[in-house]
Design a protein around this ligand. Structure first.
Ligand SMILES: Nc1ncnc2c1ncn2[C@@H]1O[C@H](COP(=O)(O)OP(=O)(O)OP(=O)(O)O)[C@@H](O)[C@H]1O
Ligand SMILES: [Mg+2]
Length: 469
């Protein structure tokens, strides 16, 4: 049954009211015909002051050219995700991301609708972040007094005796002396931050700033102004603000999770890499910066190129030198030294005097495959150091999940029963591990993984939720 016209109208109104984004609709004469409470809140106005009145009369600072809604009515083309920053009539600074769409009926533009997402809080946070980085940067420039700060790593801090790692460090030490960009790939917790900071500290610009930004930590729409800065008035209310490139001038800019940078911004970054010239958002003045770029990802570059989340041209430019850090499961020879260094660290931290790790417990650690790599190992030892009562860490001091390890390939189908486990538990573990393995091979694609495991997709879906994978 169809609802009557009035019912539909009421329903539409109720739906529009429940959306927590500002919605503003004007007709093709530029008169507001709908304006919800959120939009009124943004502008610091009452709906009655806006509805039924021409837009340019209510917002005298706007003109036919600068108003996005009037532009959309004029051109018939939508404008997506435009950042607007302005002070409302009450003096409150509002940052919104707006999408403006023409309302087209039977080929005629009858008006426009603007949807505004409030970004003020996130914008405040990202501005604070930049301010904080400016302060840190200044502190760093004043004196290299941060040497005792354990957030600052040097090559000597990298614990390893693995031949691949040693070769990688040798290569990293050589490239540290040059100004080429470096592309670091490693699973989560493998020590990318450690390596990148070590490169900075071994470089000629070690006394320059080291600015690190995780591209995934800032909304895509704010990344450009974060990287390149803004000038006063480039949006109403925007300030003169340095971007990270300017902050990193004479030093290193580390862009982590580079593949989360929007595609068009990747193109801009490529241009900056070519000539070092940057331009603040909204400015037509450009200037040259001298910044060494280091980037990292925790997904394989080949996968990122295939998925088209990383531009090929940017990758080839960044990949002048690439360093792939092997996961911990491929360098289990490093386990012992890492464990002992963490024990030493937490002995000091907790005022304990633990001497080492018992053999059975070490065996358990060795047979686990450490998906969270060295960070996970560090947490594991920290947790054990809280519980340990004897001189040596025991099996029962270790977190329970270490029992659920992916069996090494060669004995994947010949698991053995420990005294604690039942046949059912071992079979469940084997099943879970095979599923995990297949899911990681297919990058989480359930359909592909089900095909590989030769089970229906629904069965796999059920098992994924059963094992909370
Ligand atoms: N070879 C190593 N020797 C000593 N400590 C290490 C080593 N590698 C990593 N760590 C420690 O492991 C933790 C994680 O390292 P880091 O933050 O560099 O990893 P990451 O690869 O940047 O991880 P993510 O992808 O999650 O950002 C840190 O506490 C770091 O000090
Ligand atoms: Mg990191």
């Amino acid at each position: 049954m169809f609802a009557s016209h009035t019912d539909t109208n009421e329903m539409l109104k109720a739906i529009l009211k429940s959306i927590d984004e500002g919605i503003h609709v004007v007709n093709n004469n530029g008169v507001t015909i709908y304006y919800n409470e959120i939009a009124a809140e943004h502008d610091g106005l009452k709906a009655e002051e806006v509805i039924g009145r021409p837009l340019l009369e209510v917002f005298p600072s706007l003109s036919t050219e600068s108003s996005t809604m009037l532009t959309v009515i004029e051109t018939g083309n939508p404008i997506f995700n435009q950042h607007q920053s302005y002070r409302n009539v009450k003096g409150k600074l509002i940052d919104t991301i707006n999408t403006t769409i023409p309302i087209v009926v039977k080929g005629k533009v009858l008006g426009a609708v603007e949807i505004a997402k409030d970004y003020s809080r996130i914008k405040q946070l990202s501005d604070k972040l930049i301010d904080l980085q400016t302060k840190i940067d200044r502190r760093q420039q004043k004196a290299v007094a941060v040497k005792d700060d354990d957030a600052h790593y040097y090559f000597n801090d990298i614990i390893t005796s693995d031949s691949h790692m040693l070769k990688l460090i040798e290569k990293a030490k050589k490239v540290a002396k040059t100004s080429s960009p470096v592309f670091v790939y490693g699973e989560t917790g493998t020590g990318k931050e450690l390596l990148v900071q070590s490169i900075h500290h071994a470089s000629a610009i070690t006394h320059g700033p080291f600015i690190s930004q995780n591209c995934a930590a800032i909304p895509a729409t704010l990344l450009e102004s974060t990287l390149f800065g803004t000038i006063k008035g480039s949006f109403t209310g925007s300030e003169n603000r340095e971007g990270l490139f300017e902050l990193a001038h004479g030093g290193t800019l580390f862009l982590d999770e580079i593949h989360t940078l929007p595609y068009d911004l990747q193109a801009k970054l490529l241009r900056v890499l070519e000539d070092g010239v940057i331009r603040r958002v909204g400015s037509n003045k450009s200037f040259k910066t001298n910044v060494r770029i280091l980037v990292a990802t925790n997904e394989k570059p080949e996968t990122l190129l295939q998925k088209e989340t990383l531009r090929k041209d940017l990758y080839y430019r960044l990949n002048v030198v690439s360093l792939a850090i092997p996961p911990l499961r491929e360098r289990k020879g490093d386990l012992e030294a890492l464990i002992y260094s963490f024990i030493e660290f937490f002995n000091k931290e907790f005022g304990k005097n633990v001497k080492g790790i018992d053999q059975k417990a070490f065996h358990l650690i060795r047979s686990y495959d450490w998906p969270g790599n060295i960070r996970e190992l560090r947490h594991c030892i920290e947790s054990a150091m809280n519980l340990v009562e004897s001189d040596y860490i025991q099996e029962e001091d270790l977190p329970n999940n270490l029992n659920i390890s992916i069996p090494e390939k060669k004995n994947a189908f010949s698991p053995s029963l420990s005294s604690k486990e039942s046949l059912k538990e071992v079979l469940a573990t084997v099943e879970m591990n095979l599923i995990k393995e297949k899911l990681s091979e297919t990058n989480g694609n359930v359909k592909e993984a089900a095909k590989g495991l030769k089970i229906p997709r629904q069965t796999l879906q059920y098992k994924i939720s059963k094992y909370e994978l």
